[in-house]
Design a protein around this ligand. Sequence first.
Ligand SMILES: [Zn+2]
Length: 289
Amino acid sequence: MERNNICPHCKSENVVKRGLSKTKNRGTQQRLLCKDCKKTFIRDEGFWKMKNKESIITMCIDMYVSNLSSRKMRNQLKRHFGIKVSHITILDWVRKYILKVQNYVEKIRPKLSGKIYADETEVDCQNRNDVFWCSIDWDTRFINATLYSPNPQNFKDAKEFMKRIGKARRPKYIQTDGLPYYPKAFKKVFYTRYNKNKVEHRINRVRTTKKHNVRIETVFSKIKDRVDDFRGFKAIWSAPILMAGIVLQHNFIEEHTTTGEHPCKLAGMDLDVGENRWDGLIRLATVFG
Ligand SMILES: [Zn+2]
């Protein structure tokens, strides 16, 4: 039984292969016949009815999240492949598939070391100073919690952030900077849920130690670099989606430079995604999502 061989008309699994169908832009596709309702169909693996090849679409997503603007991407496609798409179309692809993959991977629980480094940074977005909160699990380098907020740092957001950090499993410790909201938020979330002192709160006071939280800084700098690109696209595009894309890229697409592994693999998520990892993730999200 091949995965996702379910009839979209009657939901039957009594399905057989019935020849190949040519599609206009995505080559030949396997057509299937449902023996119960006698209708045929082509399996949707995530790119159904897309007008461009999946390799082009996934390349755009990968390069966009890696730091190439949608306009530059559009120009590259035209110059190197003779493909004409607007940069809005590229943003639409990026948005659509980030959300799809995001919904899928949220359901998989990572196995973490519990050594958590948490930090927050201001993002200058549409003349507001938004705040992006982000925490990373040290042994796996898996980003396990984020919060994107249009408000300056405050207790409510700090508390919500702490809740998200503790969602997958109880941390061993959480290291934060000296932001005054953290101790109270930490106590509120972890003292009531797990009894006293089972989770340690380590505070790194930058002024005393002179050490910044370098562990998250590369992720933050990527995000700040990308924000300019979607100014003015408020209606169709938003900063949280970009953040989600950058986090997906970090956790699932790129090998971490220090560990040499994909954070998702170290976190026990051995996903069968193949060489083109965005393509593989989109297929998994479509079939099992
Ligand atoms: Zn059927």
